[in-house]
Design a protein around this ligand. Sequence first.
Ligand code: SF4
Length: 209
Amino acid sequence: MGVPSAFLRLSGCNLRCSFCDTPYTSWHPEGDEIALDVIVGRLHDYGVDHVVVTGGEPLLPPEIVLLTEELKRLGHYLTIETAGTVFRDLPVDLVSLSPKLANSVPWGTAWEQRHQTRRHRPEVIRRWLSEAECQFKFVVDVPEDLAEVEAYVAEFPELRSDQVYLMPQGTECDVLRGKLAWLVEAATLRGWQVSPRLHIELFGNTRGT
Ligand code: SF4
C-alpha cells in the first residue's frame, strides 16, 4: 500500500474459493490472450517501478517464467500474489502468499472436493520460504478462523511473525471495518500485521482497481 504499482491480473485458477472476489478469473474465467511482449510493454508504459502479478493463480501458466524474467530485466520490483499451491523457479522480489483456510471451501458445489485436496500444499510453502522473500496473507472471516491461522503458522517454524498478515474477508466497506476492529487486536496480541482492503475503501468492489 502507498507504493504506485502496475497490476497484471492473469485469468485461470486451480481453486474455487467460496468468497472469491474475482470470479471472472476462477469460477467463470474470461479474458483476452495477449502476447508476452505486449503485456510487458503495457506494464512498462505505466512508468512505475513496482509491478504486481496476480490472478487467478498466476503461477499456473509456464509462460510466467519468461514474463518475470523480462520484467526483472527491465528493472522492475516484482511481486507475485499466489495461493501457495504452485512453486516455480523464477526471479521475483516478493512472493505474497495467501493460503486458503477452511473458510474458503465452496461447500456443496462440484468444486468442493478438488478445492479441499488442493488448497494446502506444505511442500510448496516450504520451498517458497526457503527460496524467496515471502509474506503470508490470511483471509479471516470470523474470530474462530484465528485458531486455524495459529495452527498454520505453527506448522512452519521458519515463518517469522512479521511475515504474517490478517486480512478481513468481505467486499463492502462496512463489513470490512467491522472485522478490522477485532482483527487489529488479534494481530497485535500475536505480533502479526493487518492488511486492510484499501482498494475496496477507495474504489469499491470494482474491476480494474
Ligand atoms: S485462489 Fe484467489 S482467484 Fe482463486 S478462487 Fe481463491 S480467491 Fe479466487
